[in-house]
Design a protein. Structure first.
Lengths: 138, 409
């Protein structure tokens, strides 16, 4: 295994990127950090800057105004960087796919590694998705 | 606008403190903020236009996804509008179920705000507490509707699912536990000297400011304006239960927190009474609605942040709205920062902006820019002209004027 990947797996620092979502997936991500789910016990913490991030948690449809910013944030992250698309909007566009502001889904803009569908996905399923990915990561 | 010599401090659009993309520019003179500018559009999804391509029933799900926090407020307002249009009276049991869902949502939203306010102040204990006590409320939602957020509970003519009799004792027990926890949290927050020092006298909005900006919801009530759609123009079963509107006088961020926390107890009162009524009154939970007639309707709901307003227009032939207009409370609440932020220090501005409980995904508007010249394509006057033209066109297509239109003229 690549040394960088080995280090990345030890403690994931996540950066939360909301690209035109309805707020719900974002709240479920914040929910992960609060006492009931408390992912900090696994070493997962919210990073303040994309330059410190191992994982980008992206939500939302990616609207036309966001595109440049999303690319910029992705370029700022140190590589390897895991991109997780959370929610139906980020995975496929969901109910908004026909809208005039739709520039996504996310995998049109930046490479995506993990898809966690649901509207919104439950915190349990977000944890399950990340764990599954970490097992597969080689 | 501020002069060039002032320092500009940008907040956003992707800022670790913010959960949504929003962009504020603070014009500062030293520590003091002299002007604030808000640049919107990072969350715009074009929902009003999308709704014109969906079936009446589908729009309920679409408006639910305007906002994740007040995700039943928009459907309630939309259903009120369509029921107003087609003149339907919904069954009494459905009214009480709407009450329960609406007030549970207020509970979880207010707790969420208290938590986030603590987080903004760097007081993470409040954040963790409030979010911990919010979880049982989400469990209640899961029990009634099957999902933690986006409940899909509303339908035109009533509600989609019933609250089962055997669930009611469990719901009541959870509710009384939540009540104790919120009581503890309220006492802790109100007596805390640190929070008092940080929040009292900060970001004051006077009664006149509220009236000038037309602000609604808890921030208006915190300044002593007792505006509440649930009392002023009752819908669902709000006139059938006992409760009162909470107001305070000072209008600072501390009072906004007080209003929200005390309102939670009123919500619990409403839910308890509604659950009793649901237990005793059996009957239909929805009415079949075959056709939406031609015409226009308005509906509103007191969302956790203030009044949500929906307007729909039907031409009687197609299966989707001809025009759907939405006004969310944050749209009128956010501009109050012009009155509350200016003259404060940078460190206070964050909590003042958060004190409004802004919801950007409800509010987002779009502006069309010329890519090369970097200026707005449509000016204010042109937009007004365009909207008048559109109204004229729709009127011509429908063939006659609606009753609301006549009232305006």
């Amino acid at each position: 295994m690549n040394l960088k990947l080995k280090a990345l797996k030890k403690s994931l620092w996540v950066y939360h990127l909301s690209a035109g979502s309805c707020n719900n997936c974002d709240i479920e991500i914040l929910d992960l950090l609060t006492p009931r789910f408390d992912v900090e016990r696994f070493g997962i913490i919210l990073a303040a800057s994309p330059r410190h991030a191992d994982v980008l948690l992206c939500t939302g449809i990616v609207n036309k105004k966001c595109v440049e910013r999303i690319k910029e944030v992705y370029e700022q992250t140190p590589k390897p960087c895991v991109v997780v698309a959370i929610g139906a909007c980020a995975c496929s566009g969901g109910i908004f796919r026909d809208g005039y502001q739709m520039a996504g889904p996310l995998n049109k803009i930046i490479p995506v590694d993990v898809y966690i569908p649901g509207c919104p996905p439950k915190p349990e399923s977000i944890i399950a998705g990340i764990v599954k990915f970490l097992r597969e990561l080689k | 606008m501020a002069e060039n010599k002032k320092v500009i401090v940008p907040i956003g659009p992707y800022h670790p403190l913010l959960e949504e993309p929003e962009y504020f520019q603070l014009y500062c003179d030293g520590e003091e903020v002299v002007d604030v500018e808000w640049i919107a559009g990072y969350n715009h999804r074009g929902i009003e236009k999308l709704s014109e391509s969906k079936h009446w029933e589908q729009v309920t799900f679409l408006v639910e996804r305007i906002c994740g926090i007040c995700s039943t407020s928009h459907p309630i307002a939309y259903c009120n509008a369509v029921e107003d249009l087609s003149g339907i009276e919904i069954p009494e049991r459905a009214k009480y179920i709407r009450n329960v869902i609406g007030e549970l949502e207020r509970l979880h939203s207010h707790l969420l705000w208290v938590g986030l306010a603590g987080h903004f102040l760097g007081y993470n204990t409040v954040f963790m507490w409030a979010w911990k006590y919010r979880e049982p409320i989400l469990d209640m939602f899961e029990m009634i509707t099957g999902n933690r957020n986006h409940y899909a509970m509303l339908r035109i003519g009533g509600v989609r699912r019933d609250i089962e009799d055997e669930d009611i004792p469990v719901l009541k027990k959870t509710l009384s536990e939540v009540k104790d926890k919120i009581k503890m949290l309220t006492e802790a927050v109100l007596d805390d000297p640190v929070l008092g020092a940080r929040l009292k006298g900060v970001g004051v909005l006077k009664k006149q400011d509220i009236k000038n900006y037309g602000a609604v919801g808890p921030i208006a009530r915190a300044s002593g304006v007792d505006i509440d759609v649930r009392k002023d123009d009752p819908y669902a079963a709000y006139n059938l239960v006992e409760w009162k509107v909470i107001t305070t006088e000072n209008g600072d961020v501390f009072d906004k927190a007080v209003v929200r926390l005390l309102e939670s107890f009123e919500s619990i009162k409403i839910i308890e009474q509604s659950l009793d009524a649901i237990y005793h009154k059996k009957g239909e939970i929805w009415k079949e609605v075959r056709n939406i007639p031609e015409g226009e309707g308005i509906g509103h709901h007191e969302a956790p942040r203030g009044e949500v307003f929906h307007y729909v227009r039907s031409d009687g032939n197609t299966t989707s709205p001809v025009r759907h207009k939405i006004r969310a409370p944050s749209y009128v609440n956010i501009p109050t920062f012009k009155a509350s932020c200016i003259g404060q220090t940078i460190s206070d501005v964050c909590i003042i902006l958060a004190g409004v409980d802004p919801c950007y995904c409800c509010t987002e508007r779009v502006a069309v820019y010329d890519k090369d010249k970097k200026k707005k394509v449509y000016s204010f006057d042109q937009l007004v002209k365009k909207s008048i033209e559109k109204t004229e066109r729709i009127k011509k297509e429908i063939g006659k004027e609606g009753k609301l239109w006549k009232k305006l003229l």
